[in-house]
Design a protein around this ligand. Structure first.
Ligand code: HEM
Length: 414
């Protein structure tokens, strides 16, 4: 796509032999706006979601039409900031577990595998916010971490799908148990298992069936795990190569007292850290390509796109569009200080926009901010091998090799 983009720019179509049809690709914010907002009713989700359909049944990331609307309406309130703020303990706990492991590595002078550690930690967070204190009981019942396949097997192929579907049987048992026990959370904090069981459609008063709760739970695991893990992985990579930005981040963090359990409010107040994350998501958007399918014909970039046609846009290219970004290839968190420099809102879409906009944005940002706050306060990370990094552009934008990094201990102000 890079090569084609260099040749053809914002709009092109490409023959997909497997599907025996053209896929149209648009990377100008004006076209993204038309697809996601002004004419969004003319689009279904499209081919990009086919692969994950087999994993997620009819969860909201793949469902369409009235069913999607109903599920989104029920789930939206459970992602309200007031709820996300109450997940702070779960996020802090997972970070502290990793911190203890990194302290030992640092003392022993051993490098860490940032890629797998980000994956394990973000998995722990998403599982914890879903199952709350039932997570230990689930592990005890299966004798191991039943979700290990999500981090131990990086492939997202049929074999993975088979393993993953086995999890849904187990999740179904826990949904039924929790429902039978009255649907309250397993501990003192809200968790998604109970919130989804208790969610009601405000128009009809109906709730979700067990099957629907299972599909939404697997959806949240898949949508919330790898995305956040990759975003953090790329953030560490970018910080390690940009000591000036890193120093500014350190200065901001050092000026704040450390909280045992960082709150959403105090994390959102860290302006520079927020800008670091925004900028990392600009350069390496984990969801690097988004697909839709036309229902009727549509006009995009002056072309008539036929009905029933696959349409892609890529946050990766939109975010590096030379018309909207100065020094687009450079990591410059400062660019976010001047608000938007007059750029259209749809020039920045790491969480997409419009009706299907990521429901987990606030949670993801909260996780990332807590992590930076805890770890950049203590460590500077440097690649052990300083070679160029290639991409594995699968469902998520991954680095082609794991990031093995040295931990350099900081003392405040260094
Ligand atoms: C840095 C982390 C994340 C990124 C970059 C990200 C990105 C995205 C994007 C681009 C979409 C829209 C896809 C489209 O328009 O078709 C999306 C949808 C979604 N995301 Fe996220 N996401 C992240 C984290 C999360 C988390 C933590 C959760 C939940 C715990 C989550 C749950 C979802 C769900 C359920 C949808 C489907 C929404 C719908 O179609 O109604 N995401 N995400």
């Amino acid at each position: 796509m890079r090569a084609i983009y260099a040749q053809h720019g914002d709009a092109y179509r490409i023959w997909a032999p497997g599907r025996r049809s053209h896929t149209w690709v648009f990377n100008h914010p004006a076209d993204v706006r038309r697809i996601l907002i002004s004419n969004h009713r003319n689009y279904t989700k499209g081919v990009g979601f086919d692969r994950i359909k087999m994993l997620l049944g009819n969860g909201i990331i793949v469902s369409e039409g009235d069913f999607w609307k109903r599920q989104r309406r029920m789930m939206q309130p459970t992602f309200h900031r007031r709820i996300i703020a109450q997940l702070d303990q779960f996020i802090a706990r997972a970070n502290d577990r990793l911190l203890a492991a990194w302290e030992l590595k640092c003392a022993a002078g051993e490098p860490v595998n940032v890629t797998s550690d980000m994956s394990d930690m973000t998995l722990e967070i998403i599982l914890r916010v879903i199952f709350g204190d039932d997570l230990e009981a689930m592990a005890a019942e299966t004798g191991d971490n039943p979700f290990a396949v999500l981090t131990s097997d990086p492939a997202r192929d049929l074999r993975f799908a088979y393993q993953f579907r086995k999890l849904t049987t187990m999740i179904g048992r826990w949904v039924a148990r929790r429902r039978a026990a009255g649907g309250s959370p397993a501990g003192d904090h809200p968790d998604y298992l109970s919130m989804l069981i208790n969610a009601r459609d405000k128009d009809t008063g109906e709730g979700m069936s067990d099957r629907e709760v299972v599909d939404e739970i697997t959806t949240l695991i898949v949508a919330g795990h790898e995305t956040t893990a990759n975003a953090l992985n790329w953030t560490w990579h970018l910080l390690s190569g940009n000591p000036e930005a890193e120093a500014k981040l350190h200065a901001e963090i050092d000026a704040l007292p450390e909280e045992a359990v960082p709150t959403l409010q105090s994390m959102e107040a860290m302006r520079y850290a927020n800008n670091v994350i925004r900028e990392a998501l600009r350069l390496y958007p984990p969801v690097w390509v988004i697909s839709r399918r036309t229902i009727e014909a549509d006009q995009l970039a002056g072309y008539t796109v036929p009905p029933d046609t696959d349409v892609f846009f890529s946050p990766y290219f939109v975010h590096r569009h030379p018309e909207f970004w100065t020094d687009a290839e450079k990591f410059q968190p400062e660019r976010w200080e001047d608000d938007n420099e007059g750029r259209p809102r749809l020039a920045y879409v790491p969480f997409s926009a419009g009706a299907h906009h990521c429901i987990g944005e606030t949670l993801a940002l909260f996780e990332m901010l807590v992590h930076l706050n805890r770890f950049a306060r203590r460590f500077r990370l440097r690649h052990v091998v300083d070679e160029p990094v290639g991409f594995e552009a699968l469902i998520n934008l991954r680095a082609a090799r794991p990031f093995i990094m040295r931990l350099e201990r900081r003392t405040s102000g260094t």
